[in-house]
Design a protein. Sequence first.
Length: 137
Amino acid sequence: MQSLREPGPIAVLLYAKQPDIALRMGELLTSHGMAVTTAVTVSELQAAAGIGRFDVAATYTAGIQTIRQITALPVVNIDAFVFQNATRADDMKAASRFDTAAFIKRLFDVASPKKTRRSPTEDEARTVLIDPKGPAW
């Protein structure tokens, strides 16, 4: 049975091989109330995985397999939230934009897949799990 997250910030393990991008992503996640541990090398990722309790990992497509080999965390792919803007004929390369709101929402959704609520008709100590997708039927 999957245990429910304890109250508090979502703990994110961020794996980005470029230090400047790791810094910016870490600042972004922290500004949204998440606790972030950043790794830019495989050895840093292994060390962080060994000492931390994380809810979710975030990385680029190239890092997904590495995270899956080292941890059992659910992974959110940063690349899935980068979109190419239409290019003009005089532009040399396409500009891209990052959908920050969708990325943050996805991290919260993946880190907290089930919500809890107290049933007013049941004993106070009993917790009812609610699947956000609705009933299975």
